[in-house]
Design a protein around this ligand. Structure first.
Ligand code: SAM
Length: 291
């Protein structure tokens, strides 16, 4: 049950670090509580003052801001913690969404805990959770990966490491990187794996498509508009890991029961393998093993 009086209590509390989620595109998603906290604290720690200033349209006049980004965080933490210990209240916000989720703030929150400072979240938008909630893929367990490495070799290695996970996978990417990222996903996860693209979520040109990876890669690759803005990729977990039947056992059973090309077709449909890879496995299972 929501507790209306709790908001009043926490907002006025001195010496508290508030971790405040802000919209990922649509200003209407700034919660009334977030707006109130932003207006009432003594100081804001922000990534970019120009971006946070836009929130004053909904939150009213904002207090003084200090920049806390990946370059300045280390140096700023000491003075911010000192201000909190002296009784000042501070709100941490990032450019969009929830601080610390592929965004700065971890060192500050960690230091606040170490100093015995009260830390209070003001929850709200998060692109990964918004995409997952609408993706139509299993959400009981998921793995948040965030951004993949920019270079292809490192990116493929990271994808290889994730290929066997049964959990739904969540990735962040600027939309301009989607063609390269999707090509790598097709190469590593196989083109049949289901994925949902959430692009420009909550904005005017929102995309939410659920397709097998190969089809998603083809559609995005041929539509320049889909390469603009911000994107989340939600990718189904490994079908093998979810399946109670091990791939090995399935290959043996199909090879024993069906002609090779038919067995390969069924195997490709039930796994991440393409038809050629499935055929090679079926063929090797048909060869008599050492006596
Ligand atoms: N902390 C943020 C959050 O809670 O979502 C994420 C910050 S991270 C630096 C930025 C990435 O989030 C973008 O590159 C994109 O992958 C994703 N993102 C942010 N806004 C989005 C939106 N409106 N639609 C889709 N993805 C978005």
């Amino acid at each position: 049950m929501p507790e209306p009086s709790a908001n009043e209590r926490t907002v006025s509390q001195a010496g508290t670090l508030f971790v405040v989620a802000t919209p990922i595109g649509n200003l209407d998603d700034l919660s009334p509580r977030a707006a109130r906290v932003l207006g009432e604290v003594d100081l804001l720690a922000v990534e970019d003052t120009r971006i946070t200033r836009r929130l004053s349209e909904r939150a009213g006049p904002l207090p003084r801001m200090v920049v806390l980004n990946e370059h300045s965080e280390q140096a700023r933490v000491g003075e911010l913690v000192a201000g909190l210990l002296a009784g000042g209240s501070l709100a941490l916000v990032s450019d969009a969404g929830t601080p610390l989720i592929s965004d700065p703030g971890f060192r500050l929150v960690q230091a606040a805990h170490e100093a015995g400072i009260a830390v209070s979240p003001v929850p709200g938008p998060c692109a990964a959770i918004a995409a997952l909630s609408a993706a139509g893929l299993p959400s009981d367990r998921f793995h948040f990966e965030g951004f993949l490495p920019p270079r292809q070799a490192a990116r493929r290695r990271r994808l290889q490491a994730l290929a066997g996970l049964s959990e739904t996978l969540l990735f962040y990417a600027p939309a301009r990187d989607l063609p390269a990222v999707l090509d790598d996903m097709v190469a590593v996860f196989g083109g049949q794996r289901l994925a949902t693209l959430g692009r420009e979520l909550t904005k005017r040109h929102e995309t939410l498509w659920q397709l097998p990876l190969a089809e998603l890669a083809a559609r995005v690759g041929t539509d320049a508009n889909q390469q603009l803005g911000e994107a989340v990729l939600v990718v189904a977990g490994s079908p093998e890991a979810r399946s109670p039947i091990a791939l090995d056992a399935l290959v043996k059973a199909l090879a024993a029961e069906l002609p090779p090309s038919r067995a390969a077709k069924v195997l490709a449909g039930l796994s991440h393998l393409d038809r050629r890879e499935a055929f090679a496995l079926i063929e090797s299972a048909r060869k008599p093993g050492p006596a």
